[in-house]
Design a protein around this ligand. Structure first.
Ligand code: UT7
Length: 329
């Protein structure tokens, strides 16, 4: 047993106050509540309305909650990782802004992409700094202000996404609780089915890219759907087998919240009863890197020390994977 396993010792989440309902979307695009709910499971999502607010502001609320709940002072944090595809700016990293706004004077930090798999990539990365003995307190956040990159005239995407952030504090644990194992994967050949076309070095921002609406999320929904189901079932099955576990040994499954039909198919494919599956898609929609830590935050009171938890996600990149945790709180 590792003496410095990376364990989650605090979890917190934040969603903005404004509720964008299916009804309101009906007045914006050609859609209806029945279609949205039956095809995605989403009833409403939260949106940042204040024009002066950005992803870092949601992260600040998460960090404040984590510090307060764990009785940690801001100066004790060694590292902060922010998984996001909606950084405040292309550079500097949002993590730097959050560290400044929260007074994390002894921390360094960086942003990590990986879209909907961002929290899994971030958690795995953060855990390595604890396992190695290099650091004692690492904050990992998944945060996205998706409303900043959504075209609210495109019914194929605007009904799905919402804004939100969640995060955890990682600390060493000598009893074997915390991060156990991870299988992460990527396939860049699938980059064309889920991406933002312009604004990077390949296609810098121009009057033409703006006119062509190339700064919004582009998604080929059906292809992503099929790959998401296959990817999450595949990495979770492999992870369970590698740890000599069956789904009966799993207390909680935390899938990325992209579509209730994807979640149902993944649970079906793994023979996992739905009462073990954490859900928040109905009220928050797809918050990209935020969905998994927001689930952990909302279900925190139901979790018991020693429970086996599987996190799994799939997203743009393409990226996907699964993590096995033993709850430490
Ligand atoms: O989080 C990152 C990864 N992302 C995902 O995992 C998302 C994966 N994809 C999905 O969740 C689904 O593909 C969507 C929710 C995006 C779309 O659902 P779908 O069941 O795959 O619908 P579709 O795109 O195949 O469209 C079916 C029909 C089409 O009409 P026709 O061609 O059959 O006449 C669409 O035009 O539904 C129509 N449609 C809509 N109708 C009402 C598409 N969007 C809407 C809408 N309201 N908002």
């Amino acid at each position: 047993m590792r003496t410095n396993n990376a364990a989650i010792t605090a979890v917190h989440g934040y969603v903005p106050d404004y509720v964008l309902t299916n009804k309101e979307l009906e007045s914006m695009v050609e859609t209806n509540d029945e279609w949205i709910e039956s095809r995605t499971g989403i009833k409403e999502r939260r949106i940042v309305k204040d024009k002066d607010k950005a992803t870092s502001d949601m992260c600040v609320e998460v960090v404040k909650g984590i510090l307060q709940k764990s009785g940690t002072s801001a100066e004790e944090i060694d590292l902060i990782i922010v998984a996001t595809v909606t950084p405040d700016m292309v550079f500097p990293d949002t993590a730097n802004t959050v560290a400044d706004k929260c007074g994390l004077t002894n921390a360094w930090g960086f942003d990590l992409g990986a879209a909907c798999s961002g929290f899994l990539y971030g958690l795995t990365t953060g855990a390595q700094f604890i396992h190695s003995g290099m650091y004692k307190k690492v904050i990992v956040i998944g945060a996205d202000q998706m409303s900043s990159i959504i075209d609210y005239t495109d019914r194929a995407t605007c009904i799905i996404f919402g804004d939100g952030a969640g995060g955890v504090l990682l600390e060493p644990n000598s009893e074997g609780y915390g991060f156990q194992d991870a299988i992460l994967d990527s396939d860049g050949s699938g980059r064309d089915i889920l991406h933002m076309k312009a604004g990077g070095s390949l296609k810098p921002t121009s009057a033409e890219t703006v006119a062509n609406k190339e700064h919004f999320v582009y998604q080929e929904g059906r292809s992503v759907f099929k790959k998401a189901v296959k990817g999450m079932i595949g990495s979770t099955s492999e992870l369970l087998a590698r740890n000599n576990m069956s789904v009966d040994d799993v207390d909680w499954m935390v899938p990325h919240q992209a579509n209730i039909r994807i979640i149902n198919s993944v649970a079906d494919g793994l023979n996992c009863p739905m009462d073990k599956v954490m859900l928040n898609i109905h009220k928050f929609g797809n918050t990209t890197a935020g969905t998994i830590p927001l689930c952990l935050w909302e279900y925190e009171k139901k979790l018991k020390k020693g429970q086996n938890i599987i996190l799994t996600a799939f997203g743009g990149g393409l990226t996907w994977g699964s993590i096995y945790l033993k709850w430490a709180l």
